[in-house]
Write a protein that binds this ligand. Structure first.
Ligand code: HEM
Ligand SMILES: *[C@@H]1O[C@H](CO)[C@@H](O)[C@H](O)[C@H]1NC(C)=O
Ligand SMILES: *[C@@H]1O[C@H](CO)[C@@H](O)[C@H](O)[C@H]1NC(C)=O
Ligand SMILES: *[C@@H]1O[C@H](CO)[C@@H](O)[C@H](O)[C@H]1NC(C)=O
Ligand SMILES: *[C@@H]1O[C@H](CO)[C@@H](O)[C@H](O)[C@H]1NC(C)=O
Ligand SMILES: *[C@@H]1O[C@H](CO)[C@@H](O)[C@H](O)[C@H]1NC(C)=O
Ligand SMILES: *[C@@H]1O[C@H](CO)[C@@H](O)[C@H](O)[C@H]1NC(C)=O
Length: 351
């Protein structure tokens, strides 16, 4: 009887210790728990200190995750610099000059490389940094699966074709999200990220000047808000190239559901924000989220995890970039890349 119990507890122990069955091509929570146990905490420390210095970086990092995942999947392609022969995503108008937070990713990568070289992908660092930013700004916490590998291609035009413009209407937005296997409800949920951060005047100037032949202002924009925006953003766009406005008038630094209340009140900043009221299924979701902050936060966490699975490279695909700005050279791959711990681990997990 005793030995049966021992056998049973040994069996249970094995079950408890064995890694969760990993399906090929899937990410898992705690991917670096063996190969680099401090990876997630090093990223978190870096984001926390950058946020203490400049709270605006959190919005930049959440947006960076979205812009990475929507273009060639979550593979850190957004971090690659242009080269003499190639203009990268980073330099395309949806990203340049507005996307920021690259220095935080570099600092996190440096910290992680010092502890565990050639192990943690830039793509996972972006995903961790976005997760930590949601916690800092919205007290929204979720585990984010990891094991992403870095891509080696970044094309200017991909950013233009995959990232929806702020001038988009509802059907264009739904299509852009459907192309990434995200639902219309997830479109509404994730748009709540616009409850933090800032926008350049160029992203909404269409709504405040010369909107149509009959109206200076977009009629779906609150007139007093339009007047305020005209004060900050002059008509001559070359005078306001760097001017930004907060996107959420009520709680600009807090990731919360105030965004949905604002959309209801015609205080959404972009055409694409206000477009969420133009289709019944979307506007129902706006109303739900406006009335249920905790429910929205839970949906936001789930949708961020799902967006983080978009077209990921895993296992032997891609590489662990040494410097997030550039692809590894062939020699780095041969000298160091072949013996990466993360790679070994994912091989074991895939067996
Ligand atoms: C639904 C389609 C979306 C469109 C058309 C859109 C467009 C934009 C634009 C034009 C800006 C302002 C850029 C600037 O002028 O500085 C912006 C900012 C931002 N977006 Fe989106 N976005 C969308 C969805 C998302 C999603 C899914 C997320 C993340 C989950 C997100 C997160 C952010 C954040 C946090 C900012 C503020 C960035 C900062 O402060 O630097 N957006 N977005
Ligand atoms: C939405 O925008 C697309 C692209 O600009 C356009 O082709 C389409 O007709 C628009 N749909 C509606 C309902 O306005
Ligand atoms: C969407 O899902 C389909 C079917 O599972 C898959 O083939 C496709 O690669 C997915 N697309 C993206 C962008 O994740
Ligand atoms: C509005 O646009 C028209 C042409 O579409 C242009 O002639 C006019 O100068 C513009 N007005 C303002 C105030 O920008
Ligand atoms: C806009 O401002 C720039 C810089 O001051 C100036 O050179 C240009 O003439 C202005 N354009 C218009 C249409 O006022
Ligand atoms: C915008 O910022 C850049 C870089 O900081 C600066 O060179 C440029 O003069 C600024 N433009 C305006 C219109 O303030
Ligand atoms: C990108 O990586 C793939 C294999 O992962 C390789 O075949 C290809 O040559 C690489 N391309 C560049 C531009 O480095």
């Amino acid at each position: 009887m005793l030995s049966l119990m021992k056998l049973l507890s040994l069996f249970l122990l094995i079950i408890a210790v064995a890694p969760p069955p990993a399906v090929d091509g899937q990410l898992k929570v705690g991917f670096y728990s063996q190969s680099c146990p401090s990876a997630e905490s090093l990223v978190r420390q870096t984001v926390v200190s950058a946020y203490a210095n400049n709270p605006g970086v959190a919005a930049g990092l959440i947006r960076m995750f979205f812009h990475d995942c929507f273009v060639r999947g979550c593979d850190a392609s957004v971090l690659l610099d242009s080269t003499s022969s190639n203009k990268a995503e980073k330099d395309a108008p949806p990203n340049n000059p507005s996307l920021h937070g690259f220095g935080v990713i570099d600092a996190a990568k440096t910290a992680v490389e010092a502890r565990c070289p050639n192990t943690v992908s830039c793509a996972d660092i972006v995903a961790f940094a976005a997760r930590d930013s949601a916690f800092l700004t919205g007290n929204i916490f979720y585990d984010i699966p990891s094991g992403r590998r870095d891509g080696n291609i970044s094309l200017f035009n991909d950013a233009l074709t995959n990232l929806p413009s702020p001038l988009s209407n509802a059907s264009t937005l739904i299509k852009a999200f459907a192309a990434k296997n995200l639902t219309a409800d997830e479109l509404v949920t994730l748009s709540g990220a616009h409850s933090i951060g800032v926008s350049h005047c160029s992203s909404f100037r269409n709504r405040i000047y010369n909107f149509s032949s009959t109206s200076q202002t977009d009629p779906t924009l609150s007139p007093p808000y339009a007047a305020l925006l005209r004060c900050v953003c002059p008509f001559n766009s070359s005078l306001s190239g760097n001017t930004t406005v907060v996107m959420d008038l009520l709680t600009p630094g807090v990731l919360d559901n105030a965004y949905y209340l604002e959309v209801q009140l015609s205080l959404g900043l972009f055409t694409s924000d206000q477009a969420l009221l133009t289709q019944p299924s979307l506007s129902a979701a706006v109303n739900d989220n406006a009335g249920n902050g905790a429910g929205w936060a839970a949906k936001f966490a789930t949708a961020m995890v799902k967006m983080g699975n978009t077209e990921v490279k895993t296992g032997k695909q891609g590489e662990i970039r040494k410097n997030c700005h550039v692809v590894n050279t062939v020699s780095t791959l041969w000298n160091e890349g072949e013996e990466k711990e993360g790679e070994e681990e994912s091989l074991v997990a895939n067996m």
